[in-house]
Every structure is written in structure tokens, then in C-alpha cells.
Write a new protein. Structure first.
Length: 319
């Protein structure tokens, strides 16, 4: 049986004149407005015992009650796929995602995704949007992801993300050597011709990326990147836009740069690094249940560690 929850509340007098669904979205922030609308239309939520339309105006003082049924939100199947769990409690899961793992099932990736793995580990996630995934990482980006385990936690974390109170920091290796750090504030949207790609475009959504240089190599640099917004492919698009594309990025990176007179091993490691050199290294947020500020860090994965090691050796060999 799907899980249920009893709701009994009263619409405050100062909400008089508001749409019913709007008033309930403010009164019950754990639930999305679209979900509240479904419950109203199905008669699971009633106002003074009567079925009301979501668009009906409220007078204030009405009693809203009902037995809410949480139906499955995803058609994905549970699969026994190992997860690297860095933290877990009744509200949260913090995962360290490997390269090559897609977040959500889609055309070409119907199974073997994080969602399939999460549904096996915690079946109750089937009742949450996107199986509780609050944000996502690209298939070949490694590092930390947060998963909500309840609707209330999901709503709280989505609001933190919207208000930019979830801190997400990445390590990135780029082609080229920036003189200094900076901020990229160019809007990001679908590429006007290739709809599989994103691009900096005047009609895109606002996007802000901060970066600073941690280590300069001869033809590359290691950056720490901090996101204010979370657009699709944002870091990859922004760094390519300022002509420091991520090393190994198959979509936005172009040909890999090779340091002049580099050793055969250095050249070999750079040329076989065929994914974007991007790792979600740090995640910080406010726990939706306790209010405590929490922080996690994920170790650099072996392939990126090897890349950094050969780039560092190359600098030492060519001072």
C-alpha cells in the first residue's frame, strides 16, 4: 500500500482572497503546488468537508483536512547497484557518484542509473519527485550528491538550493592557464542549433560560476569552482566560454592540450582522459530536520588523481 499522511489545518484569516492551492502551498510548504492540486481534484483534501477547486478563493478560517496518499512518482525499477554512501539518516542520503553513472533513466539509459540504485536501497523514495535527487551531476562528473528521503526534507532542500544556501564546490582541470580567478555570469540555455548541447545565449537562464586557481601547470590549471546557480552543464559551458574548457570534455573541450616536450607517460595520461575533469569535492547544507549546518568532502577519484600527478611531475621536470 502507498504511504499516507493525515492533514488537519486551518487557513489563516490573512490568506483571504488567495487561490486555494496558493494558500495551501504557503501553509504546507513540504508539498509542491502541483501535488496539492492533484489531492484537491481527487477529493483527498477537502475544505470544510467539501471538495473545492484549486482556483477557488479562500475566505480565511476554513478547515482543510484529508488522508493524503503518496502515489509512486517514478516508473523506474529498483536494481541492486552499489552506492557509495557518505552519510545517511531518516532525512538525507549523501552519495559520492562515480564517473559513468547517469542520474535518471532516459532514452539510452533505461536502467543502471542512480535512481534505480536508490529505489533498491530505499524503496520509499519512489513517492518523491526524481526519487529524492535534489540536484544532479553529469554522467561523467564525479562527487557529492544530496538525496532527500521525505517530502518535507525534499521541499526544504529545494528551497535551500533556490535560495543558494547549498554550497557546491568542484575541482576542475582546464586546458590553458588562467592568469587569475574570476566570475562568469553569462546566461546558459539550449544551443540554438544542436539541441543536445547547452550554450551561453542571450535567451538563457541566469547562471553564475566563481572560480579560483589552485595550481598552475605548463598547459593546464587546477581550479576550485563554486556554483551559485545550477544550470545544465553550467561549469563546462562557462569555462569553455572564457576559453578555458575542461580537459577531456567530449562536448565542450576540443582537442586536449599537451605541454611542449612532455614525457610519453604525461602525453598518454592526458590523451586517454576521455571525460570532463570535474569532481564535486565539497557539499554543505543545513540539515532539514535538525537545522545543523553540515559539510562533506569527497576524495579525488583515482583517474583524476593520476592526471594531477603527471601534470605536477611535468612541471617539476620542466621548471
Amino acid at each position: 500500500m502507498p504511504p499516507t499522511e493525515r492533514i488537519d489545518c486551518q487557513i489563516p484569516a490573512d490568506r483571504a482572497g488567495m487561490r486555494l492551492d496558493q494558500a495551501l502551498a504557503e501553509l504546507l510548504p513540504a508539498y509542491s503546488r502541483s501535488r496539492l492540486q492533484r489531492w484537491l481534484k481527487a477529493g483527498q483534501l477537502r475544505v470544510d468537508g467539501q471538495i473545492r477547486r484549486p482556483r477557488d478563493a479562500v475566505a480565511g478560517g476554513e478547515t482543510v483536512s484529508g488522508e493524503l496518499v503518496f502515489e509512486t512518482e517514478t516508473a523506474a525499477v529498483a536494481q541492486n547497484i552499489p552506492l557509495d554512501i557518505r552519510y545517511e539518516d531518516a532525512d538525507l542520503l549523501i552519495l559520492d557518484k562515480p564517473a559513468g553513472r547517469v542520474a535518471h533513466p532516459a532514452a539510452g539509459n533505461r536502467d543502471g542509473t542512480l535512481v534505480n540504485a536508490l529505489l533498491h536501497h530505499a524503496p520509499e523514495l519512489a513517492t518523491l519527485p526524481r526519487a529524492g535527487l535534489v540536484h544532479r551531476l553529469d554522467k561523467d562528473t564525479t562527487g557529492l550528491l544530496v538525496v532527500a528521503r521525505s517530502l518535507r526534507a525534499h521541499a526544504a532542500l529545494v528551497e535551500q538550493l533556490r535560495a543558494r544556501r547549498i554550497e557546491r564546490e568542484y575541482l576542475a582541470v582546464v586546458n590553458g592557464v588562467p592568469v587569475a580567478g574570476g566570475t562568469v555570469g553569462a546566461p546558459v540555455g539550449r544551443h540554438p542549433v544542436d539541441r543536445q548541447r547547452m550554450a551561453v545565449t542571450p535567451g538563457g537562464r541566469p547562471a553564475v560560476t566563481h572560480y579560483r586557481v589552485l595550481r598552475r601547470f605548463r598547459a593546464h590549471a587546477l581550479l576550485r569552482v563554486r556554483l551559485e546557480t545550477g544550470r545544465t552543464h553550467q561549469i563546462r559551458v562557462h569555462m569553455a566560454h572564457i576559453r578555458f574548457p575542461l580537459l577531456g570534455d567530449p562536448v565542450y573541450g576540443g582537442r586536449p592540450r599537451l605541454p611542449p616536450h612532455a614525457s610519453p607517460r604525461c602525453i598518454e595520461v592526458i590523451q586517454r582522459f576521455r571525460r570532463q575533469a570535474l569532481h564535486a569535492e565539497r557539499l554543505a547544507l543545513t540539515h532539514p530536520g535538525t537545522g545543523e549546518r553540515l559539510e562533506w568532502r569527497a576524495e579525488i577519484p583515482p583517474d583524476l588523481a593520476e592526471l594531477l600527478a603527471v601534470l605536477n611531475d611535468d612541471v617539476e621536470q620542466h621548471p
